[in-house]
Design a protein around this ligand. Structure first.
Ligand SMILES: Cc1cc2nc3c(=O)[nH]c(=O)nc-3n(C[C@H](O)[C@H](O)[C@H](O)COP(=O)(O)OP(=O)(O)OC[C@H]3O[C@@H](n4cnc5c(N)ncnc54)[C@H](O)[C@@H]3O)c2cc1C
Length: 424
């Protein structure tokens, strides 16, 4: 049976949750496909509202991107606010901005309310590698302050950043005291446990192979079916073949993380003095942070082909040591990866099929807080208040050109261009 992929997170999970496979037909209010943060969050909100909820997970709860991510909790959206303003107008863009901040607050309040032990740390910096980046960051800070009233961002010059971050790869950064980082698998498992305590029922090793839409949609596994009033598709990049109409708008892209051996408290603190999370602003970016047991978790690289790059650990190690040459003697203990689901415009893709089948996907690598909000908004919509979810549904999206077969080469071409731009 599938287990969590071998990773630092799996090795340090603090809940050992196991659920049976679905063996008998059920009739419920809401059936949720996928137990990542999106599915677990929806289950929690719906169970709290008194709905009879079943979650069907193909593998283990938290097995997907939610249990593997960099854990960086950051304001806004992968596509940036400017694009949302262009696509939706200023007023809608402002509402979406507020929802992104509410997503981080929802995450914090749930961690507190449900006593989820997931090492939440406040503080994040977007780091600049070249003067062009510094200008982009300064423009970003100005626009978020003037147009959206966001005032927790601080520009740091080289000296200010260097005081906190022991790397000469950067020339400055944009620091946000309101963003931060968590242990993503422990956060996800904590949500699952909270949803279960609120009354939701989880099944693992229960892949949904097809769905039937209608007045009472049905989700089928190999062994049984669940009939419901509302069906939620929360499989994101891993939902393959269940709903082709929405899957055409999504491209699964592999991204990877390596974890060093524990460095010891002092050496770790010498690397990132204030324990913030760090991401550069290249299109194919490096992102890293410390774990609570003083490892460096370093993320980066991408694969558009769906295949893991050859010699992955060694490639990740080279990049890590390029940023931190002082770690030449340090061993890498875990290297793993997962799929992010990206959309053509990198804005999230939410919507409804046939009125009672809801989906939320396409967080484009920027999902740790937003997924919790996505699940919350689906529950809010089912309970009768659709305004916030429906605003997301209005964001226009296009299929990847060429359909399933051609979307990989098309994306690879586009990404090669973006990479070239990063290098230049
Ligand atoms: C390596 C990596 C690093 C990342 N770093 C960050 C970061 O630092 N910050 C950030 O904000 N975001 C990050 N992300 C993105 C973030 O992790 C995702 O946006 C988020 O976790 C998506 O959550 P989800 O619940 O929608 O999907 P997932 O967590 O992928 O969960 C989907 C679940 O659905 C299940 N499923 C799929 N199909 C079916 C089916 N047919 N039947 C039953 N179950 C099914 C899968 O098994 C899976 O468990 C990262 C992602 C990766 C892979």
């Amino acid at each position: 049976m599938t287990q969590h992929p071998d990773s630092y997170y799996a090795a340090s999970a603090n809940l050992d949750l196991h659920y049976p496979a679905l063996e008998q037909d059920l009739d419920v209010d809401v059936c949720i496909v996928g137990a990542g943060i999106t599915g677990a969050s929806a289950a929690l909100s719906l169970a709290e509202k008194g709905y009879k909820v079943v979650v069907l997970e193909a593998n283990k709860v938290g097995w997907g991107a939610s249990g593997r991510s960099g854990g960086q909790m950051i304001f806004g959206y992968a596509c940036e606010q400017e694009k949302l303003t262009r696509l939706m107008g200023h007023s809608a863009s402002q509402s979406l901005w507020q929802t992104s901040l509410a997503a981080m607050n929802l995450m914090r309040s749930r961690i507190k309310q449900h006593h989820i032990e997931c090492d939440l740390v406040e503080g994040h910096v977007h780091a600049a590698m070249k003067p062009r980046h510094m200008k982009e960051l300064a423009d970003w800070q100005r626009s978020l302050k003037n147009d959206f009233g966001y005032s927790s961002l601080r520009m740091w010059d080289h000296t200010q950043l260097r005081q906190q971050l022991a790397s000469d790869a950067y020339i400055g950064g944009l620091y946000d005291s309101n963003s931060g980082h968590v242990h993503p698998l422990n956060y996800t498992l904590g949500l699952v446990r909270a949803a279960e305590l609120a009354g939701a029922t989880f099944y693992e090793h229960s892949a949904v192979t097809r769905i039937e839409q209608g007045a009472t949609p049905i989700a089928f596994t190999d062994r049984a079916r669940v009939r419901c009033r509302h069906l939620l598709l929360c499989g994101n990049a891993y939902l393959s073949g269940v709903a082709p109409d929405i899957e055409r708008k999504l491209m699964p892209v592999g991204t990877y993380i390596t974890a060093t051996e524990p460095l010891g408290a002092e050496r770790a603190q010498d690397l990132i003095r204030n324990n913030m999370a760090v991401a550069d602003i290249n299109f194919v970016l490096d992102y890293f942070r410390l774990s609570s047991d003083h490892r460096l978790l370093f993320g980066g690289r991408v694969s558009y082909s769906g295949r893991e790059p050859r010699h992955l650990a060694s490639l990740m190690g080279q990049r890590l040591r390029h940023i931190f040459p002082q770690l030449q003697d340090v061993a890498q203990q875990y290297t793993w990866g997962g799929y992010v689901g990206i959309t053509m415009n990198r804005a999230p893709h939410f919507g409804r099929l046939n009125g009672n089948v809801y989906f939320a996907q396409g967080f484009s690598g920027h999902g740790i807080a937003l997924t919790g909000m996505a699940g919350f908004l689906m529950a809010e919509t089912i309970a009768g208040s659709a305004e916030r979810f429906d605003l997301f549904c209005k964001i226009p999206h296009h299929d990847f050109p060429g359909g399933r077969l051609l979307r990989t080469p098309a994306l690879m071409l586009a990404m090669t261009w973006y990479r070239l731009r990063d290098w230049l």
